[in-house]
Write a protein that binds this ligand. Structure first.
Ligand code: AMP
Ligand code: MG
Length: 487
């Protein structure tokens, strides 16, 4: 295990030079203090968890101190925001501090979000508030624990620096980790600004560092794009299966690695609602829960357009064609497992769709339903769950179909069924109201709730003693919290 001053840097992106990023120093926050740190994320850097308690930790991740080998850079990119092209975005309030490699030979980008103004800040102040930093921290680590690919978060550092949003808040920084911070929007930037040399350099960089196995293929760039399509299909299948709504699927928020990235007004579904819009500013529902599936393809098409200098249009179209079938296969596979099924049958898709429609009409809690379904035998479970449905006759018909399907699936003991189902159906979820409770306490200086919630969510499938309050439906006040982009 390492101390903070023993990290080893290798800043590969910074070496691409000034056409790709700009040197900017972080602007320190006043009176920095540790809000929360993730031991699991510390382990990715081989860091001793005790390091989080040292004063230098809070200083490093609030812009007061910097490693001599760090090379803080603001990256330039563009992207399609809500369907329209924004020609220049970039890191407006975050800096890539450098790339660290661990003993296992993995590289991790250290990205400090909320680090002050950069040439890409446009009208913004370069800051992030405590509320949004806590939300990003909790979400990254919670998604990872659920098995959903995501950027990670090392810590949140709070401060006394005032930051103005709708009201005065306090500035904070979150240290984000990811193997790369390259977005679809990076490729779009060099494509639309007509800089073919830099675009080729970027493509080469991504291929050699992040998709080296594609080089063995006859058409390496095409193989890489296919892999990106596959990873996105898998990631979005997991979002849909677990009820995660990203909220701002602009192409500048889509990682080239197919990991969940750039958290804003995200939400996990409480009651199942296919039309749920988690972003208060998304008036047309472009990024509603069910639209995430076609938007995933739309975003990949935007990336494909930017890759036309390297790959033929026909080949790109063919690769894009893989997205929906792959999405569907991955989604159905996960939903079967959530239902406790180990085999595949033609009609399983209908079984899932009918259930979701019933849940939608009755406002059934998406997460608790599946957890309870696995608590006991199929027969006993559906009898108990029936009361949650308004259309009981409809549910009974579904339950008959389900029980027959379970019987055909195999002969399992109740214990085996529970174990298998609980391993894929979380008990604890980052519900908006839980995050809000933790934020309210943190805003008055009490960080214990953020830490406890983080801890509970790091083992979402495991029942934890004394934590019943984290496995409940939201109270009335917590059902329709409005979350906007202003973070
Ligand atoms: P986001 O919606 O957080 O993905 O941000 C979209 C773009 O706006 C990115 O280029 C961000 O860097 C920039 N941005 C968001 N908030 C701020 C802020 N407070 N100050 C400067 N730039 C920001
Ligand atoms: Mg963004």
């Amino acid at each position: 295990m390492k101390a903070l001053d023993e990290l080893t840097f290798d800043n590969r992106f910074a070496r691409l030079g000034d056409a790709f990023s700009t040197h900017v120093l972080p602007e320190p926050l006043d009176e920095p203090r540790l809000v929360v740190a993730s031991n699991a994320a510390m382990a990715l850097l081989d860091l001793d968890p005790a390091e989080a308690q040292t004063p230098v930790f809070a200083e490093l991740f609030s812009g007061h101190k910097l490693w001599a080998e760090a090379q803080p850079r603001a990256m330039v990119y563009s992207g399609h925001q809500f369907g329209g092209y924004s020609p220049q975005l970039g890191d407006g309030r975050g800096l890539l501090l450098g790339e660290v490699y661990n003993q296992a030979g993995e590289h991790w980008d250290l990205h400090l979000k909320g680090a002050g103004m950069t040439p890409y800040s446009r009208m913004g102040d370069g800051r992030a508030v405590l509320r949004s930093s806590i939300r990003e921290f909790l979400a990254s680590e919670a998604l990872h624990a659920l098995g959903i690919p995501s950027s990670r978060a090392l810590c949140v550092i709070g401060s006394s620096t005032p930051v103005w949003r709708e009201k005065q808040e306090r500035g904070a920084m979150v240290l984000r980790l990811a193997p790369s911070h390259i977005r679809f929007g990076h490729f779009e930037y060099f494509y639309y600004t007509k800089k073919p040399e830099q675009q080729a350099e970027l493509a080469e960089h991504v291929l050699s560092l992040h998709y080296p196995e594609c080089r063995e293929q006859p058409e390496p760039y095409l193989a890489m794009f296919r892999e990106i399509v596959e990873r996105n299909a898998e990631m979005i299948a997991k979002w849909q299966a677990y009820g995660f709504c990203h909220g701002v699927m602009n192409t500048d928020n889509m990682s080239i690695l197919g990991i969940t990235f750039d958290f804003g007004p995200f939400a996990f579904l409480d009651d199942f609602d296919a039309h749920f819009i988690c972003n208060h500013s998304d008036h047309e529902g472009r990024y509603s829960f069910s639209n995430q599936v076609p938007i995933g393809q739309w975003n990949l098409s935007a990336l494909a357009q930017a890759l036309t200098p390297f790959i033929s249009v026909d080949a790109l179209k063919e690769a894009l064609g893989l997205y929906l079938p792959l999405y569907q296969a991955n989604y159905l596979d996960l939903m079967r497992r959530r239902l406790g099924l180990t085999t595949a049958e033609e009609d399983d898709q209908t079984l899932v769709e009918r259930l979701l429609k019933l849940m939608q009409n009755s406002g059934v809690d998406y997460t608790l339903f599946f957890r309870r379904l696995g608590d006991e035998s199929a027969t006993l479970a559906v009898t108990r769950l029936r009361d949650d449905f308004v259309d009981m006759a409809g549910f009974d018909a579904w339950a008959e179909q389900y029980k027959a399907r379970v019987a055909r699936d195999g002969d399992y003991s109740e214990e085996q069924r529970r174990e298998r189902m609980h391993a894929v159906n979380p008990l604890y979820l980052l519900r908006n109201y839980l995050a809000q409770n933790a934020i309210t306490a943190a805003e008055s200086g009490d960080y214990s709730e953020v830490r406890r919630l983080h801890e509970v969510l790091s083992r979402p499938f495991e029942e934890q003693a004394g934590m019943e309050q984290y496995a409940q439906r939201p109270p009335d006040w917590g059902k329709h919290l409005e979350i906007s982009c202003s973070s």
